[in-house]
Design a protein around this ligand. Structure first.
Ligand SMILES: Cc1cc2nc3c(=O)[nH]c(=O)nc-3n(C[C@H](O)[C@H](O)[C@H](O)COP(=O)(O)OP(=O)(O)OC[C@H]3O[C@@H](n4cnc5c(N)ncnc54)[C@H](O)[C@@H]3O)c2cc1C
Length: 265
């Protein structure tokens, strides 16, 4: 079984700042790591490899420093790692990012057919949750998002339980397919010493837009269909209304009237 995991390097803190002039994330100066949800995606892939046999490849799209998450992926049990790194990709929106990742996956699939693609549910910086479903759309593959459990794997399909708004549902997807996983799916393991040593020596395959035969008119900030018109940090104003009264009953009556007046009840 060949499992491919999509991993993104994101800022370690949730305190992500945005450049008000360009609408882009300010990444310089902030410590980066593997996106938290991607740790679960990778752990699930490595667990499936251990159960079913096969290997795990990892792909990331990002600048040179994103190679750090690829080495980290090797330390966590991945076998091969690929980086899409090209200035033409800079500033891509999710449509453009998922297109480039899909082209990279197509290339990896040409080298060795991919059975399963696993993404995290979302990132902790842009946080859209678009990429997994969009990759499945570009590659015309079945997709299940918010997967909390892998129930069964056979030669031809995988049975998963996914979260829905009011509970969960069980789906069977034929291979090849795309999953996006939530944190409930597993508990990521600690990196082994052997893994850390392998990470230091690992070869990172780096491709540019031409290598993956991507159409450059679909890449980068100039070609994205979505534009950041304005971005800002919402102001948190702490306001409070103190309900006065001679006793609890009077205060309660006034509070109910106030809530009704403001259409809260
Ligand atoms: C209009 C617009 C303009 C943007 N401009 C910029 C910009 O100028 N500069 C900039 O840095 N960002 C920019 N972004 C953000 C960039 O598009 C996203 O970071 C990227 O598309 C991934 O989306 P996400 O972080 O929401 O991923 P999600 O969809 O939340 O991630 C889900 C999963 O997809 C996978 N994944 C996501 N991204 C990657 C990746 N790069 N490599 C491998 N796997 C991945 C991971 O498994 C992840 O858990 C822009 C976004 C928009 C909408």
């Amino acid at each position: 079984m060949h499992i491919l995991v999509c991993v993104k390097q994101t800022p370690k803190s949730d305190n992500v700042k945005i450049d008000p002039a360009t609408g882009c994330l300010i990444r310089s100066g902030s410590e980066s790591a593997i996106n938290p949800f991607d740790e679960y995606a990778l752990e699930e892939a490595v667990t499936l490899k251990e159960q079913e046999g096969g290997r795990v490849s990892v792909i990331t799209m990002g600048p040179p420093q994103a190679q750090q998450v690829l080495r980290d992926s090797i330390a966590r049990g991945a076998d091969e790692v690929y980086q899409l790194g090209d200035r033409a990709l800079a500033g891509s929106d999710t449509w453009s990012t998922s297109y480039a990742l899909a082209k990279g996956i197509e290339k990896i699939n040409g080298l060795s057919p991919v059975d399963l693609i696993i993404c995290g549910k979302q990132t902790n910086d842009s946080d859209t949750g678009h990429i997994g479903p969009q990759i499945s759309a570009w590659l015309n593959l079945p997709n299940a998002a918010f997967v909390k459990k892998v129930i069964r794997v056979s030669k031809k399909s995988i049975v998963v339980e996914r979260l829905t708004e009011d509970g969960s549902e069980v789906l069977e997807l034929p291979f090849p397919c795309v999953l996006s996983v939530v944190k409930e799916i597993n508990k990521p393991r600690v990196r082994s010493v052997k893994g850390r040593l392998a990470a230091k020596k690992a070869t990172i395959v780096t491709w540019n837009a031409d290598d993956i035969q991507a159409d450059k008119t679909m890449l980068g900030i100039a070609n994205c269909p979505t534009k950041v018109v304005k971005s800002f940090t919402p102001k948190h104003e702490n306001t409070a209304t103190i309900v006065e009264g001679n006793n609890g009953k009077e205060k309660g009556t006034k509070l109910v009237a106030l809530l009704k007046e403001n259409h809260f009840i």
